[in-house]
Design a protein around this ligand. Structure first.
Ligand code: AMP
Ligand code: MG
Length: 329
């Protein structure tokens, strides 16, 4: 594995590795991705192995230009075109009918393919240089916290990657929103583009309940994005439960805003604040690195203050609920 700062030269090296069937971790605006040639089934299979990802869980294909979209999809309807105009490049993934050039391993045998054009200049340059679409899930072991810095990738995947391109912190911090455009539009995962913004462009989007029998995205797994340390979401502010720290336990707190004069917080061994200014964008940006630091601190439990599920709050709470798995306080 080589760990290098992303420069025109190292991006060329990365593109070369991709073309030869290797794995390159690279920055996107959402989280760091673990990329391989999306048209090469053996290369894409290496992603599953490196992440320990089950093969029923399809990958997102990243493109740098609209000409690739036509090759990868059978059809792109009016709604897709409107969403693409408004949000690409950016943190929105569209699930569309796939063409035959997309290998089955990439889509887990589904007749659809998930496609996104990232807004990060390094990601776009890497895809252009490689000359192929790049399949890339988040560059972390399956089910663990997503990486928002190259150092997270290095610590979590290390030698399982051929090259890590470092370009500092991601600017969105949560994964892309995934929308499936079938008869209706269905939200498969809340993410960097809010449901409110999407509905402004294409009208009502269906939000399926979590107990779907058929799993369409691992975002729908009950436990995902999880730290090793057990995580519990606290009751709302009015609830006394908030100050309940188990005796003799080292407990950390993931707080939305900085502690005011709140004595209950003083009992925490460690407090990470998502957004000093109370801004949801900043909270999303800090979410995984705060969780990462809490997880490294040798705590017994991580408590989380819930936030309102509107705008980006929906994606943040989705990740936190899944990080908590079935844990209930
Ligand atoms: P990750 O990049 O690891 O966050 O995962 C990529 C996401 O895209 C996963 O939630 C996949 O299940 C989802 N995805 C990829 N392809 C499809 C597809 N054809 N249909 C539904 N979801 C998909
Ligand atoms: Mg992931």
């Amino acid at each position: 594995m080589r760990f290098v700062v992303a420069t025109p030269l190292s991006i060329k090296e990365g593109a070369d590795i991709i073309r030869k069937g290797g794995l390159v971790a690279f920055p996107t605006e959402t989280v760091y991705g673990l990329g391989a040639d999306a048209l090469n089934p053996e290369a894409s299979a290496r992603i599953f192995k490196a992440k320990n990802r089950p093969e029923f869980d399809p990958l997102i294909v990243h493109i740098a230009g609209l000409s690739s979209l036509e090759k990868l999809c059978l059809s792109v309807d009016e709604r897709a075109k409107r969403l693409i105009n408004k949000f690409w490049p950016g943190p929105l993934t569209l699930v569309l009918p796939k063409s035959e050039i997309v290998p089955d391993i990439v889509t887990a045998g589904l007749p659809t393919v998930a496609i996104r054009m990232p807004a990060h200049p390094i990601a776009l340059e890497l895809i252009k240089e490689a000359g192929v679409p790049i399949a890339a899930p988040s560059a972390n072991p399956f089910g663990y916290i997503s990486p928002t810095t190259a150092w997270h990738v290095r610590e979590q995947l290390g030698e399982r990657v051929d090259l890590i391109l470092d370009d500092g912190r991601c600017t969105v911090g949560v994964e892309s929103t995934i929308i499936k455009l079938a008869e209706g539009a269905i939200l498969l995962r809340p993410g960097g583009v809010t449901i409110e913004e999407i509905e402004e462009v294409i009208g009502r989007v269906e939000i399926p309940s979590n107990n779907l029998t058929k799993l369409e995205a691992p975002g729908q797994l009950q436990r995902h994005y999880s730290p090793m340390t057990p995580l519990k979401i606290l009751g709302d502010k009015s609830s006394k439960i908030q100050s309940k720290i188990p005796r003799g336990k080292r407990v950390g707190l993931l707080a939305f805003t900085p502690p005011k004069a709140d004595p209950s917080r003083q009992a925490y061994a460690m407090v990470e604040v998502l957004t000093p200014s109370g801004d949801l964008k900043e909270a999303a940006l800090n979410l995984f690195s705060c969780l990462y630091r809490l997880d490294k601190a040798g705590l017994d439990i991580i408590h989380v203050e819930p936030l309102l599920e509107v705008g980006l709050g929906m994606a943040i709470m989705d990740r936190l609920k899944r990080a908590a798995g079935n844990c209930k306080l």
